[in-house]
Design a protein around this ligand. Structure first.
Ligand SMILES: *Cc1c(COP(=O)(O)O)cnc(C)c1O
Length: 396
């Protein structure tokens, strides 16, 4: 164990499951460890390094803003914040021109839940089996996994779960007492689950019928990752509240709950604020990130490179009986194995490629949208190799 690993183990609460790797530097799709070894990063902090690690434009914006003003409480106006809000409104779905700024994904879900309760005056929420929305109490109450929930009960009252992808299951649960339905347009954490094509149109109808709001969590799927700016565009729906975070500021902590003027208006001054919300540093990084996404048309890039990568994954699936299924859209992809993939993840790391989990048996691929075709080819090659080795071990 290296000095850094020893010190983290010594002084940090063991909140994260760890890989034995110390990452000290990154550029684009690549990261380097403390011994100078390079790795192709297809995990990117679960999609945070969306515009690539230490993107030049983001680094420049952070440097310039840091020298000028790092903190400015939301009780004052600020130039970097107003510029970011204007750019965010420009890429937001039609009608969602108001943003409540936050510092993380889970905090953005808290904001969405409070906005929904405040504006409807209703208390009940329906979220989805398999859904993941974060680990603070409000968002945890909307998260499905008993592994995350059970040790911390009681959670918020009034949350129920519908079967994801099944409009009938949702229809039974939504009533005139439902404040909002909460869903991911594509489920990330539970294995990159893509719903039936007509599902979300029906979800929208059910919400409208009962006067419930629709909260779509685009924290992982948004900002071009799936081949469109917002994954909900694939389904032709606009939510009442949309949550964005992860890659929004090139790796700097930030989040935004986007909503309508009317819903935003239900919140009175002071009712939901946070000290760091809308700080100039993350806003400057956010502006540089949004400009980079738009100027380089990253959604289109994610679509075409995603097709290439998915075809490569399908080829691997055909070759290996250990592979159960390939799923996903754009550069939000998964390959489900028939076995636990832990040793395969470690083996891939030893060959210089970092993949993520989505459940014990599923590889999740969330490369930077600036990934190069030859980097995808290399990642596929390593994946093919580690699956082949695992197969050889099991079917010898
Ligand atoms: C990561 C994620 C969250 C939580 O974000 P944090 O910044 O980790 O709190 C919520 N919803 C989805 C869909 C996510 O992928």
């Amino acid at each position: 164990m290296s000095r850094y690993q020893h010190e983290e183990e010594e002084h940090m609460v063991h909140a994260f499951q760890k890989f034995p790797l110390t990452i000290v530097r990154g550029k684009g799709s690549m990261v380097w460890d403390d011994a100078g070894r390079e790795y192709l990063d297809f995990m990117t902090g679960y999609g945070v390094a969306l515009v690539g690690h230490s993107n030049d434009a983001v680094v420049r914006a952070i440097n310039e803003q840091a020298a000028k003003l790092i903190t400015c409480h939301g009780t004052f106006y600020n130039d970097a914040r107003s510029a970011f809000l204007e750019k965010l409104a420009r890429v937001a779905p039609k009608g969602l021109g108001k943003a409540l700024l936050t510092n993380s994904g889970t905090e953005t879900m808290e904001a969405a839940i409070k906005l929904a309760r405040r504006s409807t005056g209703r208390k009940k929420m329906v979220s989805m089996k398999g859904g993941f929305h974060g680990k603070t109490y409000g968002s945890l109450s909307a998260t499905w996994s008993p592994k995350y929930r059970d040790p911390f009960a009681p959670l918020l009252d009034g949350f129920e779960f519908a079967e994801y992808g099944n409009p009938d299951s949702l229809s039974h649960l939504v009533s005139k007492e439902t404040a909002a339905v909460i869903a991911e347009p594509i489920q990330g954490e539970s294995g990159i689950i893509v719903p039936p094509a007509d599902y979300f149109a029906k979800v929208r109808e059910i919400c409208d019928r009962e006067g419930a709001l629709l909260i779509l969590d685009e924290i992982q799927s948004g900002l071009g990752r799936t081949g469109k700016m917002w994954a909900s565009e694939h389904w032709g729906v606009v939510p009442d509240i949309m949550t964005v975070a992860k890659g929004l500021a090139g790796g700097v902590p930030i989040g935004a709950a986007l909503t309508t003027t009317e819903i935003a208006g239900s919140l009175k001054g002071g009712e939901h604020t946070s000290t760091f919300a809308g700080n100039p540093l993350s806003c400057a990084a956010g502006s540089a990130t949004l400009d980079f996404i738009v100027e380089n048309n990253l959604p289109a890039r994610a679509e075409s490179l995603g097709n290439t990568m998915k075809a490569g994954l399908a080829e691997i699936a055909r070759k290996h009986k250990l592979v159960k299924e390939v799923r996903g859209l754009g550069l939000m992809l998964a390959l489900q194995s028939r076995v636990d993939i832990h040793s395969q993840l470690l083996s891939a790391q030893s060959k210089g490629v970092i993949f993520a989990y989505a459940g014990r048996d599923t590889f999740r691929f969330l490369p930077a949208l600036v990934v190069q075709p030859d980097e995808i080819a290399r990642a596929l090659d390593v994946l093919d190799g580690v699956i082949g080795e695992e197969e050889a071990k099991r079917f010898r």
